[in-house]
Structure formats: C-alpha cells, structure tokens
Design a protein around this ligand. Structure first.
Ligand code: ATP
Length: 451
C-alpha cells in the first residue's frame, strides 16, 4: 500500500479548527451543507476580536467615520438602482461530460468581451463545455405569505447599499461635513458558483465595509490614503508583511461602478487571494439612488448655494476571510526535542483566550490561588482559561495550539512569596512576576506580539 501523503498546511489547519473548536461544518450530523461553516467556542471569539479591532480602528478611533447596522432585507428597487439585478452575474460554463460547473472568468484565456478561446475544454475531465451563461449571484426569497414576483426580495449581496440609502439620514443626524464615512459590519449572501477553500469563499459571509464620502476631485488622494491605512491595519495586528500585497485591477475587470480598485491580497497556501477590495465608486451609487427613489442624495452648501454629489471610496473587507488569513498566518510548527510544537502565533488582541492560569499541581492550595488569579483577570475583561488537568508541559502545549499568548503558573514558591511564573507562548521564555501585578502586566503586553 502506498504511504499516506503528508497532510497539507490547509488540511492541518482545517483539522485543528475542528478538533479545538474554531470552525465546524454546518449541519454536520446531516452530512453538512456545502460551503457553510459554524464558528465554535474559540472561532467565535477570534472572529469577534477581528471585527472589534476593525470597528475600533475605523470608527471609534476616528472622528470622521460613524457606524450603521442596516437590515439584510431591503426594498427590491435598491438592487435595480445599484445595478445588481442586471450586472451582478458571473459567467458560467457547464461541462457536458462530467457536469462540473466552472466560472469562465477563472479559466485561462478568458476575455470579458470575447469569452473563452475556441476549443476550450473542461479543466476537470477534458470534456466539451456549454456556451457561457450569465448567472445572477443574488439569493431570492419571498416576503409575506404570497409567493409571487411582487413579493420577491433579495438577501443583500453586499452591505454597502444599506449605507448609500441611509446617506441623508446619517448626514442629517450627525451633521458631518465632507469628507466623512459610514462603516458597517454585517452578513452578505452570494450564490457563488464555485465556493471553497474552507471559509475563504462561502455563500453566506460577513463583510466589514466603509463608504467614505469625499469632494469630487479629492477622490484619488483619499483612495491612496485608505489603501495605506487598510494595509497598515493588517500589519498592526501582526500579519506577516511578506505575505501581503496590493493588486491593482485592470480596466477590464473593474466593477460596473468603479473608476479604480486595488485589492489587498494575502498569500494563502492555495495562492495569493483577495482579502479586501478598496474601490473608487465615484458618485455612481448616490446618483443611481437619487434617480430611482426621487430623493436627492446630495449635500447642500449654504455658502455657495450648490448641491454636491460626493464621490465614494470603499474599503470592503471580509470578516471571515480576514479571520482565516489571521489563522493561517498564525499557524506554525516548531521542532521541540523529538516532538513538534504546533502553535498559533496570534497577536494578543486577536487571541481567543489571552491567558492560561495553571496550578502546577492539584494540591497545597494551588488550585484555590490560581482560581483567585483567574477571577481577577476575568474581572479585568481579559479572557482567561483555567486548567488543572495533566502534566504542566502538556497543558502549555494545548494552550500554544489555540494561540494563548500568556500562561501564568502557580507553584510552591507562589505560596511562599506570592510570585507566579509568566510564560510567553512564542519564545517559551519564563519570568517571575508578583501575583498582585499580573493584571497590569498582561494589560501592558496586550498591544504587542509576545515574541
Ligand atoms: P471575489 O473576486 O473573491 O469573488 P469580490 O471582488 O467579488 O471577491 P467584493 O465584492 O469586493 O469581492 O467583496 C468585498 C470583500 O468581501 C472581499 O474582499 C471578501 O473579503 C469578502 N467576500 C466577497 N465574497 C465572499 C465570499 N463568497 N465568501 C467570503 N468572503 C467574501
């Protein structure tokens, strides 16, 4: 029998995610639902930390961006105005032989005007392909008790439109002047033809989007600034610089509304892929909604008595995709004697559990002391794990594997001089710290990598 091939990095990550409770397959007991995933106890913390870090950076730490949480279901006219009903399609081909479905624009030689080169065959089996068809990616459903076309509504394929239709509401409520932005985190749905690569491309996902409204003419400068700001965000959260790059869109691949677009890409084990798109959407959306709704989506300048339709810069990121990228980026294996140490080198701000509190042995009052320390850490808002189970080395490894940056060990000396051992995940370095200062010590280290 041939030896079993070594699992790939992605396979190892997917398996770790299931085993330790980051990500489970949706409806697994029924055989799963293709491309749908559930976040387990650690995954939900990780993804929340990613979203919180984003919200802090783009809303709470700035004076020029405010938040919004719009409904997923919107008036169907929204999608007519935005162009999604007519244009939010992918070119699709089916293989007549193996029946696999492919995105024509992901196949070699595809040209948006000419289609696929004559004679292109199925990349899976070499069979003959159908003509290209346009496939709309929006999920349809019905509102109320009647299932007819008058009751058709769509699950939003992007959160952005909730922002555009609220532009005047938000501006009037906040009295913001240009330039200012509106940010939103929320679910979006796309009936993707070829979902896959774990949580990278799914049909239900969360977006983190900013629409930043600027004076026409200043849009290119603001586009440059947002590109730089958004790249810096990933770096500040510890993502490796050599695995990040910009990719400028060519004119032929720009969305129907965009004047320019740059993607931030991450080097996943399956190749360079988009984490976030930063587009110059011009005044397209506000103009369209003005035309379709009859409501003027403009800003009136009292001094010059003129109406301005702002231009829009849109940094649009995926919460699930960036969570996956942070996971992949953090994954590491190290030789440790005869064994391999598996660890997730998360930035402390992203780590699902920040501190492990571990009594060296389960006696002599150590568990009680440890529980008091764990309680103090939790009261300070620091997510804390507690484990008094097996040998200390094994417990360290278990917390390394879920990316816990700090471990606090309570031992015989603690009971004598009230100090504890602080162990760092990345270097395994250990120092003695007074138990009374542990909350402050952890807080102080929270904003930098522990290595
Ligand atoms: P792609 O080319 O990968 O389909 P896109 O260019 O259509 O993506 P945008 O419309 O720019 O994506 O969406 C903004 C962000 O939303 C993406 O950068 C990505 O992080 C996230 N996103 C889009 N589609 C999906 C999906 N199917 N699954 C998970 N995240 C997604």
């Amino acid at each position: 029998m041939a030896p079993k091939p070594e699992p790939t990095v992605m396979e190892k990550i997917v398996s770790l995610c299931k085993r330790r409770g980051f990500v489970f397959q949706s409806s697994e007991i029924y055989g799963g639902l293709n491309s749908c995933w559930d976040y387990g106890p650690l995954g939900v913390e990780l993804k929340r930390n990613v979203k919180d870090a984003w919200w802090r950076a783009v809303v709470q730490e700035r004076d020029d961006v405010v938040g919004l949480d719009a409904a997923i279901l919107m008036h169907p006219k929204v999608w007519e105005a935005s162009g999604h009903l007519a244009n939010f399609t992918d070119p699709l081909v089916d293989c007549k032989q193996c029946k696999l479905r492919h995105r024509a624009d992901h196949m070699p030689g595809f040209d948006a005007t000419k289609g696929l080169p004559p004679g292109t065959k199925c990349p899976n089996c070499g069979g003959e392909l159908t003509e290209i068809r346009k496939f709309n990616l929006m999920f349809k459903t019905f509102m109320g008790a009647v299932e007819d076309s008058a009751a058709t509504v769509y699950l939003r394929p992007e959160t952005a439109q909730g922002i555009f239709v609220n532009f005047v509401n938000v501006q009037q409520a906040t009295r913001k002047k240009l330039p200012f932005g509106i940010a939103q985190i929320g679910k979006a749905f796309r009936n993707e033809i070829t979902p896959g690569n774990f949580t990278f491309r799914t049909r239900e996902f969360e977006q983190m989007e900013i629409e930043y409204f600027v004076e026409p003419g200043t849009d290119e400068e603001w586009h440059r600034r947002w590109k730089a700001d958004r790249m810096q965000w990933y770096l500040d959260l510890g993502m490796r610089k050599d695995r990040l790059q910009f990719r400028e869109h060519g004119k032929d691949e720009l969305a129907h509304y965009a004047k320019g677009c740059a993607d931030i890409e991450y080097q996943f084990p399956f190749g360079w892929s988009e984490l976030e798109g930063i587009a110059n959407r011009t005044d397209f959306d506000l103009k369209q909604h003005t035309q379709y709704s009859g409501v003027q989506l403009t800003l009136f300048d009292e001094a010059t008595k003129t109406h301005t339709v702002p231009y829009v810069i849109e940094p649009s990121a995926g919460a699930d995709r960036s969570t996956l990228a942070f996971l992949v980026d953090a994954y590491d294996e190290e030789k440790d004697g005869d064994e391999t140490r598996v660890l997730l080198r998360f930035h402390p701000r992203l780590a699902p559990i920040k501190v492990a509190v571990l009594p060296l042995v389960k006696k002599e009052g150590m568990p009680e002391k440890a529980m008091t320390i764990a309680k103090a850490l939790r009261a300070a808002g620091i997510t804390t794990g507690y484990d008094e189970g097996s040998a200390i080395g094994r417990r360290y490894r278990r917390f390394d594997e879920i990316g816990t940056p700090f471990a606090v060990t309570i031992d015989g000396d603690t009971l004598k001089d009230d100090t504890v051992t602080l162990r760092l995940r990345d270097t395994m370095e250990q120092t003695r710290v007074p138990a009374a200062t542990i909350v402050d010590t952890i807080r102080e280290r929270m904003n930098r990598m522990p290595r």
